[in-house]
Write a protein that binds this ligand. Structure first.
Ligand code: ADP
Ligand code: MG
Ligand code: MG
Length: 880
């Protein structure tokens, strides 16, 4: 088996497409090298070795060693130095790299190959003793903490000690002999802590680092990250071994991290940070303040790379173009400049905010880099959701506390918490929290996930907090130096103002502002790039998208978001209104038909007005109205006051009412007296509703000359006979109303398919139905025999244990519930080729469920108004 793949110096055995085998980093290093970009040579140990390693009690395949040796030879030949050579030593980095990037989750070791002898060689070869000893101490520090597990504080203490002793403040002020002292201190400390001398043999060092990278795949942070991002443990990580280039060899050297476009806004400008005379993680570590890339972005006192290193910068600008043209996407790159020469160390598709992903997709399509379909594919429907979230109302009063970096856009208000654990605990209780940290580390991600927003007082735009928050779509203000945080007394302060834990703070991740208290927010703009992309999505989409709505406000929102009708109007939601609930209770509690009819006559005008409003707003678009569905149980009076009230309206005594309420209460209401069972036992209820619908439709038709097309939907049908009876009732009322008003509207009558029996006998049911709407909430409950209201106690455990791959109420279960949908669709169409098919459960707004609906060939999906854009995009992607 080939376990090792070389890259660089004209020998590129990998390609970008091989990321499963080589990991993202390795695959892209090979790709960059093969398109002629300057990449230090190296080799990649495949992810298959990682898998093998964990299947064989952390052993390596027997033939790996020889292949690693050959890989080293490739590097040595390319660079002209030798591993362990005391005159011209080869130094390498050992870097992890999974299939998908897991920022900061796994460990990297730089400057490997240094020891007491080779460091002297490096002094001689570079002519720079300070650089050589600085590199050696960096190596011991990284290797010590990553491979040997020595706490990093132990290293910092030693540096602090030497600084104190010599009166130096900054790392950059230390001289070669002083770094030499640090190295001696490190070695002594490592021996003391680990009980062994620091490994001097470069070959041992190499295997130690390789083992640490493979070992880091199973460390706690990596495991948590994978769980949050649905990354399977079986994927494994690759290990990249690569010749070092040095950004810490003087003033004509630098290291940097940047994006080919602004990952916050999507703006087409070079965006990132670099540091002169620095190495590796210095840029993100926050020890020195990184400087901006482009002159245009430099603030007073800052020195951009464009100004400081014009030659390397110009080269980088060219690389940026080459990369974007090659990958046809925004890239996140890492580079190092050694003696004015540029080297590329990494590229990957850059993580970006929802706003940036939209802008970049639309811009790139306009620039001709990608076509419209590709632009539609590029935007994650779930991310689009974020753009539909509120921002601060510019006119709202506010009290500015401080300003930091706009690290991840969006606004959020919440109570201040200072630890990730507390953020998680309070969020679980339903509180909105803002996680405030001096800086975040991978140990904090569960808290960042739980928080509505994140605020840090240290770190830049590429700090851990900023990168992770953007990826999660959490608003984040980073590096807010004006605020000081005291974890011990649980208080933050700025300019004399104090905010304690538990008090409210608002952050605006788009501007970097932090406010005391909460600030009013407004709805997002739906024009510009958003409208453009939606237009492109609508061109390719086949599925229609409707909304679940019953109030005028919901209906208006739905239309604003582009809904093509209402797929589910739940009439019972109209019944809870305080004005009406009295009449509803009167109807339920009445023991005779005559009593019920009196109450229903009170409800009719309300109900009719509801439909008048809806039909007017929907202006001729289809409106599916579901007749009363929930168990009467839900409307029963509970308090003594409510019982007395109903008694009075019915002229009955309180005692009688109590008995009636008892009678009506059910042991298992969801499977009880509900849906069409109500309409069959109390036909006057459905009669009233049908009358309200037709009277409203005729009124609006007369008024606007645009007749609505009501689609009347019968819930909880299990047998064909149930539908026949209720349909006959609706048809009769329709004829009555048409005769009374002298007006006629087209309408259809159909049914929910939400019971397994209905799905299995859909051919028979289709004889009486003009349409089916899959009620996948109930269908999921009844297929799994799982009560949605009670499943919260064990469903998370089921998902965690992998018994259910996903919560079946969120994402449709294709094998069970989905199979029923498929059967019913096929049977329905066999009987009635043009029967209209839709879905109206929560699943109607879930992208993966929408893919399923496309595969079954449904006619439309219906979801909550705010999900409509998400559904339009997901439907387009499903059609592509
Ligand atoms: P991560 O996956 O955490 O980004 P990397 O493997 O990319 O870790 O390494 C982190 C940083 O170390 C890089 O951004 C780069 O600055 C530095 N680095 C890695 N390999 C080399 C190398 N061969 N020469 C110089 N610097 C390197
Ligand atoms: Mg790392
Ligand atoms: Mg990196």
């Amino acid at each position: 088996t080939q376990w090792v793949y070389c890259f660089g110096a004209g020998r590129n055995e990998g390609r970008a497409e091989m990321r499963n085998l080589l990991g993202g980093k390795g695959a892209n290093l090979a790709e960059m090298a093969s398109i002629g970009l300057p990449v230090p040579p190296g080799f990649t140990i495949t992810t298959e070795v990682c898998t093998w390693y964990y299947q064989h009690e952390r052993q390596y395949p027997a033939d790996l060693e020889a292949q690693v040796k050959a890989g080293l030879k490739h590097i040595e030949a390319a660079v002209g130095t030798a591993f362990g050579d005391t005159h011209r030593p080869l130094l390498v980095s050992v870097r992890s790299g999974a299939r998908v990037s897991m920022p900061g989750m796994m460990d990297t070791v730089l400057n490997l190959g240094l020891n007491d002898a080779t460091v002297e060689g490096l002094v001689a070869a570079s002519g720079d003793a300070r650089f050589a000893w600085d590199s050696y101490r960096r190596f011991i520090q990284m290797y010590g903490s990553v491979v040997l597990g020595v706490d990093h504080h132990r290293f910092e203490e030693i540096i602090e000690h030497v600084k104190l002793d010599t009166g130096k403040v900054e790392d950059t002020e230390l001289t070669a002999p002083e770094w030499h002292r640090v190295v001696d201190g490190y070695k002594e400390m490592v021996r003391e802590v680990t009980g062994r001398p620091f490994p001097q043999d470069p070959w041992d060092q190499l295997w130690g680092a390789i083992g640490a990278v493979f070992g880091s795949w199973m460390n706690q942070r990596a495991v948590t990250y994978r769980r949050l991002h649905d990354i399977p443990a079986e994927w494994g990580t690759a290990v990249n071994v690569q010749a070092m280039v040095f950004g810490n060899m003087g003033e004509d050297c630098a290291t940097g991290v940047c994006f080919t476009r602004d990952p916050s806004t999507g703006e087409n400008i070079f965006y990132g940070e670099y540091l002169i005379n620095a190495q590796g993680e210095d840029v993100v570590a926050g020890i020195r303040t990184p400087q901006p890339m482009s002159k245009a972005r430099a603030k007073p006192g800052e020195r951009s790379m464009e100004e400081a290193m014009p030659q390397a910068y110009a080269e980088l600008v060219k690389v940026r173009e080459t990369l974007e043209r090659h990958y046809r996407d925004m890239q996140d790159i890492e580079f190092t400049v050694q003696s004015n020469k540029l080297y590329m160390l990494q590229t990957r598709n850059g993580k970006r905010t929802a706003a940036a992903s939209l802008k970049i997709a639309v811009d790139m399509a306009r620039e001709g880099l990608i076509d419209h379909a590709e632009a539609v594919r590029r935007v994650n429907p779930a991310a689009l959701d974020q753009l539909l979230h509120p921002t601060l109302d510019p006119k709202a009063p506010r009290r500015l506390l401080a300003k930091g970096l706009p690290a991840s856009p969006g606004a959020a208000s919440g109570i201040v918490v200072f630890s990730a654990d507390e953020a998680e605990a309070r969020a679980q209780k339903g509180e909105s929290v803002i996680l405030v940290r001096i800086e975040t580390s991978p140990e904090d991600i569960h808290g960042m996930h739980a928080a509505k927003g994140i605020l840090t007082t240290r770190g830049g735009m590429t700090s851990h907090a900023a990168v992770v928050a953007r990826g999660m779509g959490r608003p984040c203000v980073a590096g807010c130096g004006g605020i000081s945080v005291d974890y011990n007394s649980q208080v933050l302060s700025s300019g004399g103002v104090q905010v304690r834990g538990g008090e409210v703070l608002t952050i605006d991740g788009g501007t970097g502002e932090v406010f005391v208290g909460s600030v009013a927010m407004i709805e997002p703009q739906l024009s510009g790039d958003f409208a453009t992309l939606m237009g492109w999505a609508d061109e390719v989409r086949r599925l229609k998208v409707r909304a679940n709505a019953e109030t005028p406000l919901d209906a208006e929102t739905a239309r604003k978001f582009g809904a093509e009708g209402i797929g589910l109007c739940r009439t019972e939601h109209m019944f809870f209104d305080p004005e009406r609930i009295g009449a509803v209770r009167q109807m339920i509690m009445a023991e005779t038909e005559a009593g019920r009819r009196i109450a229903l006559a009170r409800l009719l005008p309300f109900q009719r007005q509801d439909f008048v409003d809806l039909f007017r707003i929907m202006a001729g678009l289809p409106v599916t109205i579901r007749l009363l569905d929930p168990p009467l149980h839900e409307f029963l009076p509970h308090s003594e006051y409510e019982i007395a009230e109903v008694a009075q309206s019915l002229g009955a005594n309180v005692e009688e009412m109590r008995r009636r309420a008892q009678e009506l209460s059910e042991a298992n209401p969801m499977l009880g007296h509900r849906g069409c069972r109500l309409g069959i036992s109390f036909p006057e209820i459905y009669e009233m509703q049908a009358r309200a619908i037709f009277e409203a439709a005729c009124a609006i038709g007369k008024e606007t000359h645009k007749a609505p097309h009501p689609e009347i939907m019968i819930p909880l049908v299990a047998t064909r006979r149930e539908l026949e009876i209720t349909r006959a009732l609706v048809d009769r009322v329709a004829q009555e109303v048409f005769a009374e008003t002298g007006y006629h509207v087209e309408y259809s009558v159909g049914t929910m398919i939400e019971l397994p029996r209905a799905a299995l006998t859909a051919d028979a049911i289709a004889e009486s139905a003009d349409f089916f709407s899959f009620g996948t909430n109930d269908l999921t409950q009844t297929t799994f025999g799982l009560s949605r209201d009670d499943a919260g106690k064990f469903l998370p455990l089921y998902v965690e244990k992998g018994i259910f791959p996903k919560d079946p109420f969120v994402s449709i279960d294709p094998d069970g519930v989905g199979a029923l949908v498929k059967i019913a669709s096929e049977k329905g169409r066999r009987v009635k080729a043009d029967i209209k098919l839709g879905i109206c459960g929560e699943h109607g707004g879930d992208p993966s469920s929408i893919h399923f609906c496309e595969s079954v060939g449904l006619d439309y999906v219906s979801c909550s108004p705010y999900r409509v854009p998400v559904a339009r995009l997901a439907a387009a992607q499903a059609a592509l």
